[in-house]
Design a protein around this ligand. Structure first.
Ligand SMILES: C[S@@+](CC[C@H](N)C(=O)[O-])C[C@H]1O[C@@H](n2cnc3c(N)ncnc32)[C@H](O)[C@@H]1O
Length: 232
């Protein structure tokens, strides 16, 4: 997996420093209003580490993919970055005021629990976790049959040969329903204060019809991701 991410970051060397236009900013800005020590878990090129520092926090980024960390260090030697696995981090218990993790824990084939338990260990009792994963939303639930069939086809060796793919099929990520995500966080020691969906696709006809009859917007109809805000 770390190798996969190093390749992923090779072509993504630029990053924006002002992330206030990101949908995630709306989701987290009220959570991190007090200055504190922030851990970005799975920081990649460190764009959020730079951003949090700019807001007056003291931030540390960790990732097991070394290539983007080295690139970020070259651009900004003062950045505090460290290569390590989220499932076993070299920090004392109760160290951080905030842990921010965007799109990392869902990539562990064993499930997100090992990383979530580690977040719980290093977060201060008064601290907050902001952790996002892909959402198994209503639209995706309707197309689960297609997701399963697509993965089954991707695993067939002869189809991979025809498509010219040399590597074997590798697990990529889990999707979670909001209920399942909440249960997993709670099983790792967190109290879930909110789960906020973001990254919506345009409203389709079905969504408009359901919203019309339900007389309200279905917030988990088609968000790509959801971020949990938790305390321990
Ligand atoms: C989708 S990227 C997110 C990057 C960054 N958070 C951002 O928003 O720009 C996920 C990152 O998590 C890292 N990652 C995934 N699993 C990890 C693990 N077990 N330990 C350390 N890093 C991990 C990957 O190397 C990758 O850089």
């Amino acid at each position: 997996m770390a190798e996969y991410w190093s390749k992923h970051w090779e072509s993504r060397t630029d990053y924006r420093r002002d992330l206030r236009t990101e949908p995630l900013w709306e989701t987290i800005k009220d959570i991190i209003s007090n200055k504190g020590l922030v851990l970005e878990a799975g920081c990649g090129s460190g764009q959020w580490v730079v951003f949090f520092n700019g807001l007056g926090h003291y931030s540390i980024g960790v990732d097991f993919s070394v290539q983007p960390l080295m690139h970020a260090k070259k651009q900004n030697p003062a950045l505090k970055l460290m290569a390590c696995d989220l499932r076993s981090m070299p920090f004392r218990n109760d160290s951080f005021d905030y842990i921010y993790c965007n799109g990392a824990v869902e990539h562990d084939v064993e499930g997100p629990e090992a990383a979530l338990r580690e977040f719980c260990r290093v977060l201060k009792p008064s601290g907050k976790l902001m952790c996002s994963v892909p959402c198994l939303n209503v639209e995706r639930l309707f197309s689960l049959w297609w997701i399963a069939l697509r993965d089954w086809l991707k695993k067939r060796k002869f189809l991979r040969c025809i498509a010219g793919k040399k590597d074997p099929f590798e697990f990529y990520q889990y999707l979670f329903t909001p209920l399942e995500y909440r249960a997993r966080l709670e099983s790792c020691g967190f109290k879930v204060m909110a789960i906020r969906p973001y990254g919506f696709r345009k409203k389709g006809r079905l969504q408009k019809t359901i919203s019309y009859f339900a007389d309200k917007n279905l917030e988990f109809y088609n968000p790509h991701m959801m971020m949990a805000i938790c305390q321990k």
